[in-house]
Ligand binder design. Sequence first.
Ligand code: C5P
Length: 219
Amino acid sequence: DQKKSLGGKTVLITAGPTYEAIDPVRFIGNHSSGKMGFSLAEEAAKRGAKVILISGPSSLKPKHENINLHRITSAKEMLDKVLEYYDTIDIGIASAAVADYAPKVVASEKIKKNEDTFTIELIKNPDILKTMGEKKAHQFLVGFALETQNEEKNAKGKLAKKNLDMIVLNSLRDEGAGFKNDTNKIKIFTKNEKIEFDLKSKENVAKDILDCIEAQYLK
Ligand code: C5P
């Protein structure tokens, strides 16, 4: 018997990488697979939530009928889609690996290889989760932090700076953790708690994260 603990709730999840166009055929991106976000979407839907999944380019497909998938490409498009739904959601989980910078200008034609060196000027992308935090009313907000050093300090800093209720830390120092693997090893921080978990499949990590959200949000 599946528990319908999130029945009547709307959960928005960002997932995957973003691609920032350089010209009509090239982009700046990253290795995010979208697996963590898609696993969270399946688990939230199984628990009865209506899920709005906003994903960058990923080969994954949602299975559960309660998942409404919106595919976007760039950070700007992801922000616009998030803002379209933001007022209607109860819980927001930002698991996307958003590109930090995008080319300042996008060439309208394919760039030719003439010069020996080539420079692209980059401009900072909007911080989607920080924007959600600034607009927070009733929403419960969860972020991710993928760190390589000063992990706990950085994660707690982001919890405060982005006005979050919870942050999920994965360290690239832990084998099997991070955005390309099928497994993940996480620590969860709230304002006054720290919970450590073992290395698990992303499906089981999604269960742990949603158990934690329910313990905090539904209490
Ligand atoms: O600041 P940092 O990129 O490490 O924060 C990671 C968290 O913020 C993740 O939850 C990520 O999805 C979110 N984020 C975002 N928009 C950005 C950068 C990060 O939503 N431009």
